[in-house]
Design a protein. Sequence first.
Length: 105
Amino acid sequence: MSYDVIFSPEAVEDLERLFDHVLERELNSPTGDLEIPERAIAAIKQACQFLTHSPFSCRKTGESAFVRELLISFGGSGYVAMFEICDSHRVIVGAIRHQLESDYH
């Protein structure tokens, strides 16, 4: 079974926000690497491809067996993608945050 992975408008906004945050951090760093923001977003998108085959292997985030989180390693910490398994063919990524953020927006 294969699932289509769809990023919600909110998740797309999260990707833009995370890109901007990493870019700003790198611009303000004396050793800033301007490739890191692009690599971070690429790592998130690549990790979400895991959901095309194994979304149920990710941890549940509440009562529903269909709402889950994918942990994404990147650098010293990483990101967390919250997603919902909608049916037997579709997974929607609803939000993405940095692991050090307090919660989803």
